[in-house]
Design a protein around this ligand. Structure first.
Ligand code: CR6
Length: 832
């Protein structure tokens, strides 16, 4: 081998400072095409990312090869969303070369923190569901599980949010604009995906009735692979995202003038399929393009999974022993009909056998009980877009209903609830029912949510299949959400208990005994203060508002949704504002209310709440009579990168959804792990957080899920009575309705007031208001006692070990997937 080439080979793997520095300089010139004088911050980011990528390629290939050679059982996580955020810090930390990289850049006269800032935030998701998928990827790689993520390579991620005159305005998020150094395009990994057309019946070679899908439109799915680095860098898994390409026919066709332009237009339209992420969080628009996106990535993924399986096998009998396919919500549920189609129509498997294989391979996670979020595609649309799948769904349904217990009992109402087709009004395919029926396991994402699934949406299915529903409480990766996002606290923890917690978060429990140690408390506070300073600077940059670092940072960051009740929080802020103005001589605990979150572009009520928060903030922040004791900020464009700054700096974590409505929540976990105390309802995973951190270390308030249910059912709740009996609530609402916060348009908030009164206050904001204010008061009182507050904060961090996504993923692996860790073999390293 050419000596120069060989030395470069070694250089590419070198993890020491000199080697890194040399590869940075080489990459800058030969791949980015700049010299050091002309290079921008972005050039340096690309340079560093490419050099870091070099250092993981060998291990990536080793990992993939090991899985292949051992024919290991793989898990395939199918998800329409992966909210991964930035990757540079993550890759460096998981490879364990952050310090070396920092020093290498120092020697070139650059700062790693600046370089990191040039990376765009990959926002291929809306909120919790997408971020959960990203945490799971990290945990699968860190636990050495053979796991693949499959999704869509959206050209536009979740929109960029700006505020114009306090209103949310959406801008396209062009994260790929300057190229993406982490991805490997795989132009040779291409699968056809069809739409429309019709189904033809024919007789197969043995005279059996068979079907083929003809006259369909064809799109190609092209793969882009991103390496997923596990902690320690040993296992490197793959996230495979699909991008739509027009078929080759276009390139080779022969056109006259008119047909040529038409063909080009057609190509552009076809490729729109993977253009943009739908910006709805947990609600469904029912748009045809969305259905096509769902089928597009699901079909490509299944074809890829079967191709991989067939490398080692000649029939499909052992597919369930080699592949576990997890459906992240119902978005990929069409995969059940698609696998049946692939097995029966394309590979000649008999129906019954195909059905057994399908059910043994798939499992399904439900992420919400909100009725507006349960996908139900109009039969007419499904018939047109996916005619063969519609037939298959009818067939699955007919066979199921024929055998069901409900039929045996002659219970027709139950039978119609079990049906895959909702026959009321325009007929629809219930994707949740399809996902349930086609899976061997179905799980909820917190203990409460799973219980409610059994009692509500899937009550009838639960009676039919009592073993199928199980719980897998969500988790978060401690690598990103503590080790990377919170360097001061991470260093402090490591100084006391070693760094084992990064890989095994249960070890963090050992901090509990430090809660009474005054020196440790002092250092814990110092770490928090450092993070608060960083956030205060960020707030000043983003909003121009100066906040007091020593005020109570009261944080509500999440999508804007009525059920999450940002409205309850801002009403309490108004009440507090009034109290402070009424009692100027009292020594108030200074409070900074920090909000962040996007609203779906068509969700008018959520956007109006954004405007209200901004309007209230403007009045309060400029009122000298509160002496800076209260500041309110709404940070624009909340995303993973912003969360990494906010989570470590919070004192109080707002988890105040109407009980029974938040399936789990995961922001609640990030905040508590970083030492924030929760103020929350007994909803989602808050219930389990309380069990772990102890009821003395959390502020619980409000109606329980059961009480909410009873109250709504009884019809005995009149918000007007509640308002009338609570002067501070009444005053806050009066101020809103008389235009105190909107002098330019006094009626602006009429829809909000209407919803709280005549609208019946569906989310029970008024019902929980008084209890919430008391809990807030308790938090402020406690905050005066910094020692006691810190003690509780430490106990929160110490008791959050169970909420690691490593724990969650190992539960999936053993209880649902039957997938086991596989240690990659690294021949390359023994050679050199
Ligand atoms: N919106 C739930 O609402 C949960 C995540 C992840 C959600 C949230 O409580 O933590 O999923 N549901 O399980 C959906 O997206 C449908 C969410 O993020």
């Amino acid at each position: 081998m050419d000596a120069r080439y060989k030395s470069r080979e070694i250089e590419r793997r070198s993890l020491d400072v000199d080697g890194l520095k040399r590869s940075f300089l080489e990459w800058l010139v030969y791949s980015v095409g700049k010299d050091a004088r002309a290079a921008t911050r972005r050039d340096w980011f690309h340079t560093v990312a490419l050099a870091v990528r070099d250092r993981l390629v060998d291990r990536w290939m080793d990992t993939t090869r090991t899985y292949y050679q051992q024919d290991a059982k793989r898990v395939y996580y199918l998800s329409l969303e992966f909210l991964i955020g930035r990757l540079l810090t993550n890759s460096l930390a998981n490879l364990g070369i952050t310090d070396q990289c920092r020093q290498a850049l120092d020697r070139i006269g650059l700062n790693l923190d600046d370089v990191v800032e040039a990376e765009p935030d990959a926002a291929l998701g809306n909120g919790g569901l997408g971020r959960l998928a990203a945490c799971f990827l990290d945990s699968m790689a860190s636990e050495a599980l053979p796991g693949y993520g499959y999704g869509i390579r959206y050209e536009f991620g979740l929109f960029e949010q700006r505020f114009e005159h306090g209103w949310q305005v959406e801008y396209p998020e062009q994260w790929l604009q300057f190229g993406n150094p982490w991805e490997f395009p795989r132009p040779e990994v291409l699968y056809p995906v069809q739409f429309y057309g019709r189904v033809e019946e024919f007789r197969d070679s043995v005279g059996e009735r068979a079907y083929r899908w003809v006259d369909a439109e064809r799109v190609l799915a092209m793969a882009y692979d991103t390496p997923v680095v596990g902690y320690g860098g040993d296992t490197i898994n793959t996230l495979r995202l699909w991008s739509a390409r027009a078929t080759r026919d276009f390139n080779f066709g022969h056109f006259n003038d008119g047909a040529y332009m038409k063909a080009v237009e057609q190509k552009v339209l076809t490729e729109n399929l993977s253009r943009v992420l739908y910006p709805n969080d947990a609600t469904e628009g029912g748009k045809e393009l969305r259905l096509k996106q769902e089928y597009f990535f699901t079909s490509a993924s299944l074809q890829d999974i079967l191709r991989r399986y067939l490398q080692h096998h000649s029939n499909f009998d052992s597919l369930p022993d080699k592949a576990a396919i997890q459906l992240n919500d119902t978005h990929p549920a069409i995969g059940i009909a698609e696998l049946m189609r692939l097995l029966v129509d394309q590979h000649g498997v008999t129906w019954d056998k195909a059905w057994d294989i399908t059910r043994a391979t798939f499992s399904y996670t439900n992420h919400t009980l909100l009725p507006e979020a349960l996908e139900a595609w109009p039969v007419r649309m499904m018939e047109r877009v996916l005619p063969r799948h519609m037939q298959i769904i009818y067939e699955i349904n007919a066979k199921f209903l024929n055998r069901s217990k409900a039929r045996a009992a002659g219970d027709n109402a139950r039978l119609s609830r079990l049906s895959l087709i909702d026959e009321r009004g325009d007929r629809r395919v219930r994707m949740g029912n399809l996902a349930f029926l086609g899976s061997h396991k179905v799980n909820g994402v917190s203990a409460l949510h799973t219980e409610l699934m059994k009692q509500t949406v899937f009550a009838d299915f639960h009676a039919e299949f009592p073993e199928r529903i199980n719980n897998k409480t969500n988790g978060i990766t401690p690598r990103r959400w503590l080790h990377q996002a919170n360097p001061p606290l991470a260093a402090l923890i490591t100084s006391r208990i070693g760094n084992g917690w990064i890989k095994d978060l249960s070890q963090i429990k050992a901090l509990a005994e430090k809660a009474d140690d005054l020196v440790f408390r002092e250092e814990f506070r110092r770490a928090k203060r450092k993070n608060k300073k960083r956030l205060a600077a960020y707030i000043a940059r983003q909003t121009g508002v100066d906040v007091q670092v020593d005020s109570l940072f009261d944080v509500q960051v999440k999508r804007m949704h009525e059920y999450k009740r940002q409205l309850l929080n801002i009403l309490q802020a108004i009440a507090l504002y009034n109290e402070m103005r009424d009692n100027p001589t009292v020594s108030w605990v200074p409070v900074t209310k920090i909000f962040a979150g996007k609203a779906a572009p068509s969700y008018h009520m959520a956007k109006l709440i954004i405007k209200l928060i901004n309007d209230v903030a403007k009045v309060v922040n400029h009122d000298p009579s509160v002496h800076d004791n209260l500041k309110i900020v709404l940070l624009p464009n909340y995303n993973v990168t912003a969360a990494e700054i906010i989570m470590p700096a919070a004192d109080l974590s707002e988890q105040i959804s109407t009980a029974g409505m938040e399936a789990s929540g995961t922001g609640n976990m990030k905040l508590a792990l970083n030492g924030a105390l929760t103020i929350g309802t007994l909803d989602g995973a808050n219930v389990e957080i309380r069990e772990h951190v102890g009821e003395d270390n959390i502020f619980i308030f409000g109606l329980t899920a059961e009480e909410v249910n009873d109250l709504r059912a009884s019809g005995g709740f009149n918000p007007r009575d509640v308002i009338a009996s609570n002067p501070s609530l009444k005053r806050a609402l009066d101020m809103i309705s008389t235009g105190v916060f909107s002098p330019d348009d006094p009626h602006r908030y009429h829809p909000i007031l209407q919803a709280l009164t005549d609208g019946g206050d569906h989310f029970l904001v008024t019902a929980d208001f008084s209890d919430y204010c008391q809990a807030q008061q308790a938090a402020m009182d406690l905050y005066r006692d910094q020692e006691e507050w810190t003690r509780k904060a430490i106990l929160n961090t110490a008791n959050m070990g169970w909420f690691s996504s490593d724990r969650t993923i190992m539960e999936y692996a053993t209880e649902i997937w039957d997938v086991h860790p596989v240690k990659p073999e690294h021949p390359a390293e023994t050679e050199t």
